[in-house]
Structure formats: C-alpha cells, structure tokens
Design a protein around this ligand. Structure first.
Ligand code: PLP
Length: 228
C-alpha cells in the first residue's frame, strides 16, 4: 500500500467518524483531494486508491497535470484558487467545477468560454463572511446578486458556496463561523433548487466542518503531506 493510499484511508475514516458523531450519512460528504504543488505521480497513487475528485489552485500547473493524467477515466477536477480574468478560458476548458467565483466579471467570462456542447461548469460562490483568511470572496451583501447572475448563465450551474475561514485555535469560534456558512447555504438552497454543495473544511478543521453540515471537504496536507 502506498503512503498516499494509507493516508486516504485514514481521512475517509475520519469523515465516517465525524458523520457518525453528527448523525449524518457519510455518502453526503464528498472528499476533494487537494493536490496543488504535488506531482502527477503522487496524484496517480491517490487515483489507484480510488480517489476521483481533485482540487487545484494554480491554473498552469493544474492543466499540465490534467493532461498528464488524462488516461484515467472519471476524474473530476475542481478549481479552488483565486481567479485572474486572463485565466478563465483555461478553467472553463479543463475543469468540471470551480469553487472560487467571487465576482460577476469572472462568472460572465466563464459562461462565455465554456463549450456549449459539454455539461455546464459547476460553480460555487466563494463567500467572505467576517474573518476570512484570504481577501477573496464575495461579501455577504452581494451574494444574492451574484447568485442570481450565475443562475441566469446558460453554461454555468450554481451548486453552492465555498469558504476559507481564518485559522483559529478557538474551536467555539470555528463552529460559529461554520454555522453561519451553513445558514447562508440553506438560504441559497431555498432559492435555487440545484444548490447541494457546501464546500468547507480543510485538514485542520474537518470534523467541525462536517458537524456543521459541510458536504464537500477539501483536504491536501492530510493526504499528500506538507507542501514545500
Ligand atoms: C490548499 C487548500 C486546501 C487544502 O488545505 P490543507 O490544509 O492542506 O488540507 C483547501 N482549500 C483551499 C482553497 C486551498 O487553497
């Protein structure tokens, strides 16, 4: 068994345990393996262990690996990094999902650049409630307008929200933020029936994210080890 396979099994067990504790069905939590900076060879080990969803942050690096790994059937690539306007075409052409849409200009370009003969690009809004680690993300007041805009884009499919809460050792504070994100997610779900994805939780806060209703956890370090 490769080290990646062993770690994947451990993470899957943590997901199952967190779901059991929260009385949730583990089938409703998707594991997204975040492979930024990691080689195609290491990703292949995860694929061989059954992993299908992969997340990448840097467009150029990601596209190279997507091409190197193209012989693997059924891989689902998610773009989760900050988006520059001049990179939207590569994202629209190479990914199934994008989690980090935070402004109309980017949504508009992705919609125009997504090929009309393939499935629509699945989109999560990156939201910035108070205390976000990155400066990216749409502010709470602007969420409905952006969601409406995406919902009207023919080649995009609004699936939910993504957030990267600030790192904190205060577990109460972490729970509070996750719970606020969950209620935002529920509000969106009431308006848009396709919304089924709450992308939150990373290696250091996964169990709390699952307890608060996350449906997709983005895990890098716990699977592939520390990044340089
Ligand atoms: C790098 C990254 C992750 C994975 O973080 P780990 O702490 O390594 O699990 C998740 N989400 C986003 C947006 C990232 O950039």
């Amino acid at each position: 068994m490769t080290e990646v396979a062993t770690k994947l099994t451990q993470v899957q067990k943590q997901i199952n345990d967190a779901c059991n504790q929260a009385n949730r069905d583990p089938q409703r939590v998707t594991l997204l393996a975040v492979s930024k900076t990691k080689s195609a060879q290491l990703i292949q080990q995860a694929i061989d262990a059954g992993q299908r969803h992969f997340g990448e942050n840097y467009v150029q690096e990601a596209v190279e690996k997507i091409q190197q790994l193209a012989h693997n059937p059924e891989l689902i690539w998610h773009f989760i990094g900050p988006i520059q306007a001049n990179k939207t075409r590569l994202i629209a052409e190479n990914f199934s999902w994008v989690h980090s849409v935070d402004r109309e200009k980017i949504a508009k370009r992705l919609n125009e650049q997504r090929a009309p003969n393939i499935t629509p690009l699945n989109v999560c809004l990156q939201v910035n409630i108070s205390g976000e680690q990155s400066k990216s993300g749409v502010n709470q007041d602007d969420i409905s307008a952006l969601a409406d805009f995406i919902n009207n884009c023919k080649h995009l499919r609004l699936r939910g929200i993504m957030a990267i809460p600030e790192k904190t050792d205060d577990s109460e504070q972490r729970l509070h933020r996750f719970n606020s994100l969950f209620s935002l997610y529920q509000q969106l779900q009431q308006r848009y029936p396709d919304v089924d994805t709450l992308s939150m939780g990373m290696s250091n806060d996964m169990p709390e994210a699952i307890a608060s209703g996350s449906t997709m956890v983005r895990i890098g370090t716990a699977i592939f080890g520390k990044r340089d």
